[in-house]
Design a protein around this ligand. Structure first.
Ligand SMILES: Cc1cc2nc3c(=O)[nH]c(=O)nc-3n(C[C@H](O)[C@H](O)[C@H](O)COP(=O)(O)OP(=O)(O)OC[C@H]3O[C@@H](n4cnc5c(N)ncnc54)[C@H](O)[C@@H]3O)c2cc1C
Length: 389
């Protein structure tokens, strides 16, 4: 099927990984992105070994080894005392246990690398200012219509347009988000401004009643990425770039230890953002005719396991392999769904459970971390480049 023309809607992590995997396997791909310019928000991304394997498959292994941070130690910390509840030694151990590295990277750095790699295969591959509107399809192909008036026909179409996917809206359903009663704050701060507060481990999550606070280094310990998730219904807007004030952030973390308060106080005022957390149920179908979905368009999930982007990267690699292996789009999409549906549904539901565990556990009577070794192995031992399809 290498002569197949493939349209991908959305140049996020999932769409670009799918495009690159397809290019690597010899397909011609066009990626249509609504934004007039490419870029990602200033936030960190954890890349667990399963996602590292997807990046290895598309040729970004050397880039990750060079550009990403490998936290040598992690810890879960008590919100009031600031003392470790559990510690994990990470240096080298992820590679030994799961066969690939665990990384933390600036989202913009990984996004830039994906864009450059897709364009290195084909300078014309990414089309900006193309907001997908609707599609029509028959047994021979798909025609996508964009808000700028353009119509594009291809043999197959992949909707990688995120958690409010318009492609999903035009083939399956409009995504029904449910507000979870939680909101997240994010910020980025130069490491030198928070050095006294970076104790215990270079990657930590602090846990308190109804709240967590995660911070880790990026760009070879020059920056610190901060995310706080709080039980609140103070606002209900979903979006990555809604400005928040330092006072709002501090109000949620009153009574927390000096390291947490010190870091929040050090984040530059124009680098604090907030968004409400919404949840969606798994759906039974991702494919209709010659159109399928991947990443958040197919299975948006809560961030408590840090696996949303990882699932999008895995999807991209498995989908490309299926299109290479099978003789028709129908067979390829059926094999892709078969390979991915149970896994992504399981991770979506486990992300929910992990969130409930964080929100309801009592750090004063801590009995151990929620996720078992078995769960971690099934999550991080997965290999999208070799899994049976
Ligand atoms: C607080 C938080 C922390 C997270 N941390 C992690 C983490 O550490 N590790 C991890 O693995 N995951 C994490 N995630 C999840 C992760 O960010 C997402 O799962 C991931 O970005 C999904 O990738 P995607 O390509 O499917 O969608 P997106 O990244 O949302 O990309 C979708 C793209 O489609 C474009 N688009 C949208 N609509 C249209 C349209 N109509 N026409 C054309 N283009 C369109 C968008 O502009 C965008 O470029 C986190 C999420 C949150 C909320």
């Amino acid at each position: 099927m290498r002569d197949l023309s493939v349209s991908v809607i959305g140049a996020g992590m999932g769409g670009l990984t799918a495009a690159l995997a397809l290019q690597k396997l010899g397909f011609k791909v066009r990626v249509y992105e609504q934004a007039p310019a490419l870029g990602e928000v200033g936030a960190g991304l954890t890349i667990s070994p399963n996602a590292t394997r997807a990046l290895d498959f598309v040729g970004l292994g050397p880039f990750m080894a060079e550009a990403a941070d490998k936290p040598s130690a992690g810890a879960l910390v008590h919100y009031r005392t600031g003392e470790a509840l559990t510690r994990t030694q990470r240096d080298g151990s992820f590679k030994d246990t799961y066969g690939a590295e665990y990384y933390q990277i600036h989202r913009a750095d990984l996004h830039d690398a994906l864009v450059a790699a897709v364009r290195a295969h084909d300078e014309e591959a990414i089309r900006l200012s193309h907001a997908f509107d609707h599609l029509e399809q028959d047994e021979n192909g798909v025609t996508a219509s964009f808000k700028n008036g353009t119509k594009i026909s291809s043999d197959v179409l992949i909707g990688a347009d995120g958690s409010r996917s318009a492609v999903r809206g035009s083939i399956i359903d409009t995504v029904q988000p449910k507000f979870t009663g939680q909101a997240a704050f994010r910020g980025m701060v130069p490491a030198e401004a928070v050095e006294p507060y970076m104790t215990i481990a270079n990657s930590t999550t602090t846990m308190g009643p109804g709240h967590i606070f995660t911070r880790y280094y990026l760009r070879h310990e020059k920056l610190v990425n901060v995310v706080g998730i709080a039980k609140t219904d103070a606002w209900k807007e979903e979006g990555w770039s809604i400005p928040a004030t330092r006072e709002e952030f501090l109000t949620e973390y009153q009574g927390w230890n000096d390291n947490v308060i010190g870091i929040i106080n050090a984040i530059p005022k124009d680098k604090i953002f907030k968004w409400a957390l919404f949840d969606r149920d798994p759906i039974p179908e991702w494919t209709v005719g010659r159109t399928t979905l991947l990443g958040d368009a197919a299975h948006p999930m809560l961030p408590f396991l840090g696996m949303g982007a990882a699932m999008a990267l895995e999807d991209g690699v498995v989908l490309a392999r299926c299109l290479e292996k099978y003789a028709t789009p129908a067979e390829a999409f059926a094999a892709y769904e078969e390979a991915r549906k149970e896994r992504t549904k399981g991770v979506l539901l486990d992300s929910r459970k992990q969130g409930i565990w964080y929100q309801t556990s009592d750090p004063d009577n801590f009995t151990g971390f929620a996720s078992t070794g078995e769960l971690r192995m099934s999550l991080m031992g997965y290999d999208p480049a070799n899994v049976e399809i």
